[in-house]
Design a protein around this ligand. Sequence first.
Ligand code: AMP
Ligand code: ZN
Length: 346
Amino acid sequence: MNTVTEHAAIAAADAQQASTYNASDVTLRARLIEAGILIDTGEDGLYGRSQVFEDVIDRLNHAITLLGADQEAEVLRFPPAMRRHDFEDSEYLKSFPDLAGTIHSFQGNDRGHHRLLEALEKTVSVGEEERTDEWMDQQKPTRLVLTPAACYPIYPTIAKRGALAEDGATVDVFAYCFRHEPSIDPGRMQMFRMREYVRLGSPQQVMDFRQKWIERGSLLVNLLGLPFEIDLANDPFFGRGGKIVADSQRAQQLKFELLIPVATPDRPTACLSFNYHMEHFGEIWKIAQANGELAHTACVGFGMERTTLALFRHHGLDVKAWPAEVRDFLWGDTQSSISAGLEALS
Ligand code: AMP
Ligand code: ZN
């Protein structure tokens, strides 16, 4: 490439990047709250959802069900909490201590109750600024923690059943998840829903599954009329050692994300993720393949709120004014669009 064309190519790449980044909209949160689509609770990352928001979530969820119907996945639903015991085993705290949410409760006697009320009285009687959390001294950990990712309760559950069948297992999960990452980015919530398909089996089975879902996830987002890119990614591992783990995760290509410009000023948002855990969960919970070897696992996670926010960002706040193809897909014959899309993929 000569220097002139090289410069032109760099300029074109810059322009393309700039147009992707400009496609994010930092006013989105304020506009959604103003329109009553998200309800401000006063805490960053904790929102109420309106009927219109939930309607989009439901339709998106239905589309994901149709997209994965041929897998005949086992549907399992858990509440947004899991056993602390399983959470401790999961090694989540090794990687993300800053994101975890534990559940505490009052477990004292009358004297403790008295102290709690005294501390609470002090707290509520002072100004907003001086409020303290002294009353929480009376709270003790329960045996539950908040679920950090929808697939976490699956592994110990499947492990208890004994070795997997020859063709492994595929599970369909959906749950509210908690991550302590307060932010004014509406795409970074503290409580949000994750729909997932989880595959357990041989390395080949789970890698095939992940590849299939990178294609199907892209199909879905195309049908939603949204711009996107797929990129290699890493999880936000905590601390100094975290950088090494993140680099190794990238080097082994364990995580890909489907990114859509939503509301962050300088980068698109990960709305879907495609994760290969190798034998990490298989080893922790002793999940065996039919041949006795440790099971490998992978999951595809659909960020329900993030994808819904992307729809509002790109198609506008009035769902009735969304492009006809997108309306037809979500509120019309979703099944036919998906069948045609899957046919084209195969
Ligand atoms: P991860 O386990 O981090 O790959 O998350 C799975 C999916 O959940 C991501 O692709 C996002 O779409 C979604 N997600 C992760 N963190 C958040 C968050 N703080 N707020 C909303 N959605 C999130
Ligand atoms: Zn998962």
